[in-house]
Design a protein around this ligand. Structure first.
Ligand code: PEP
Ligand code: MG
Length: 563
């Protein structure tokens, strides 16, 4: 079985299949009906939040009539005849919520259909709708089972929070039927050093639960029940990796410099404080991207200022003087946070995301800004705004940051200086980089999003992966433009997207004058080793040649020849 390599490596372990599908509505006896009723209430609150947001959206938009339909569904969530009777089944029969929802929805549909009332007859479809919404909410609340022994996870796709949770168990490898090279699931797998292949169509149907599997994420192959020869190959690979680790040992300490002595920084991309010891072990010089979404995704309510301050200050202290760049909440796209009630969107990657959402929701944004400003009292912290598309967004965010600072001062809270930067990850920001550079203290180029928006090619869609490539001349030209604008305005520029750690491209980043690369933790020594072999003048010449090419193939050939 074949797939596309997303994170290189090899693993040999039993398969753990994640079979998704319809929620399991069969009746199950539950001991603790109180806990089951709590699940029901949480699911109902989630649905109410989603529906209210949708209703508000429809009222404001072009379809106020449709809001009434959803109003009826919202009322059902408080209706004794609907929710009340579902709760009654859970309590009275000692059964699971899914069964009670499905069982009572069917009965209720039959009752409504039998009435001599056309209005209520038509509400049958609403019952089905709310039933499905509740079942989805109930399954969303279920945590993925965390295996207690080493496994290779096999799934259609995994959410970022599933990977975090599984990664802290015993996850040796990931095989996905779907997935995209720069999806957040893959980014996390890379940061945790977990080999992963994507686009392995049909793999779920062909593997058995618990069957030994060799995941060869170098060749992009999955071998069920590997024979002796394949197992020997795996052992050899392990030994080679061990040797490579030893040869990179000296790049786990000291500073980073090119062969001609130009200093650069290699930072880490992280999502939690659990990763800080790994950064220090691998010789990371700081954190170039703290993705804060995970903190919001693992919970039922937004993390308050204190919770966030605790996280940021733990990281600052763990980094012991090394800088921390905190990216403010980048919700939306493939990172959904149910309690924030962003209505379902047709194109979430082009939707109500990141800075767009945060600027409209100061009640969510301000506590995060406050926690960042306070953490800066303990060590070097910078604040980075995601998904900026227009100068006005930066201006509004900076005003809000100034307001929060004043409020903290009034409260007598200690704060520190916080340089403000932006992710350059929309073509609009890249094109206007000369103007934006005058507004901020630093740029960090988010090549994952910049590539998908530049080529209009979904980063999670394996079919358009050849366009979504960091070797495309259009992307390289755009990155070069951004770097030039940053240099001209005298601000720092880094790359925190995955392109920053692609070995063949590193000489280009050196030649473009990038100041820092922020990469996944396991790649830090490799990236530093590569930089140390680069001569700036030669890299600048390489950039000059590469920018003249018209095809991805020519770029690949040139950088590979150069390597
Ligand atoms: C990027 O877009 O390159 C980036 C680093 O941010 P994320 O992958 O979290 O969208
Ligand atoms: Mg991004």
């Amino acid at each position: 079985m074949k797939g596309t390599v997303a994170v290189g490596g090899m693993a040999l372990s039993p398969a753990c299949l994640f079979l998704e599908g319809q929620a399991d509505i069969s009746a199950r006896h539950v001991e603790d009906t109180g806990e089951e009723l709590r699940r029901l209430r949480t699911a109902s609150a989630l649905c109410a939040g989603e529906l209210s947001a949708l209703i508000e959206e429809l009222r404001r938009g072009t379809a106020p009539d449709q809001a009434e339909i959803l109003d009826f569904q919202l009322l059902l969530l408080e209706d004794d005849n609907y929710m009340g009777r579902i709760a009654g089944i859970v309590q009275g029969e000692g059964v699971n919520c899914e069964y009670a929802v499905a069982c009572h929805s069917r009965l209720y549909r039959e009752e409504l259909a039998a009435l001599d009332n056309p209005y209520l007859n038509e509400r049958v479809a609403d019952i089905s709708d709310i039933e499905q919404r509740l079942l989805r909410a109930l399954s969303r609340r279920e945590k993925a089972a965390i295996p207690s022994t080493p496994v290779i996870a096999v799934a259609q796709d995994l959410t970022p929070s599933q990977v975090v949770e599984l990664g802290h168990g015993k996850l040796e490898g990931i095989i996905l039927e779907k997935g995209g090279l720069s999806s957040h699931c893959v980014i996390l797998a890379r940061s945790m050093g977990i080999p992963c292949i994507i686009g392995a169509a049909g793999v779920l149907a062909r593997l058995e639960q618990g069957q030994p599997v060799l995941l060869d994420a170098e060749a992009g192959e999955v071998l069920p029940s590997p024979d002796e020869e394949a197992t020997r190959r795996y052992r050899q690979y392990q030994e080679e990796k061990q040797r490579e680790r030893q040869s990179l040992e000296r790049f786990r300490q000291g500073t980073t410099a090119t062969a001609d002595g130009r200093t650069m920084k290699v930072y880490a991309n992280i999502t939690s404080q659990l990763e800080v010891p790994g950064i220090l072990e691998q010789g990371g010089e700081g954190v170039g991207l703290l993705r804060t979404e995970m903190l919001y995704m693992e919970r039922d309510t937004p993390p308050d200022e204190e919770t966030q301050f605790a996280l940021y200050s733990a990281i600052v202290q763990g980094l012991a003087g090394r800088p921390l760049i905190v990216r403010t909440l980048d919700v939306g796209g493939d990172k959904s946070i149910p309690y924030l009630s962003i209505p379902p969107e047709e194109n979430p990657f082009l939707g109500y995301r990141a800075i767009r959402y945060c600027l409209d929701h100061p009640e969510i944004f301000k506590p995060q800004i406050a926690a960042i400003l306070r953490a800066a009292a303990l060590g070097p912290v910078r604040l980075m705004l995601p998904m900026v598309a227009a100068a006005g967004e930066v201006e509004r965010a900076k005003d809000l940051i100034a307001t929060v600072r004043e409020e903290l001062e009034d409260r007598g809270a200690a704060t520190g200086p916080v340089p403000v930067g932006i992710m350059v990850e929309t073509p609009a920001a890249a094109v206007t980089a000369d103007q934006l550079a005058g507004l901020v203290d630093f740029f960090s180029i988010g090549t994952n999003d910049l590539t998908q928006y530049l080529f209009a090619a979904d980063r999670n869609n394996a079919r358009v992966a050849s366009l979504n490539s960091y070797f495309q001349p259009a992307l390289l030209r755009m990155v070069e433009h951004v770097c030039r604008c940053a240099r001209e305005k005298g601000i720092e520029v880094g790359i925190c997207g995955q392109a920053g750690e692609v070995e063949q491209l590193i000489p280009l980043w050196v030649g473009m004058g990038v100041d820092e690369l922020s990469v996944s933790i396991p790649s830090i020594p490799r990236v530093r080793c590569r930089i140390s072999g680069c001569d700036t003048a030669a890299c600048e010449e390489l950039v000059g040649r590469v920018l003249e090419y018209t095809s991805e193939a020519e770029v690949r050939k040139e950088v590979e020849r150069w390597s």
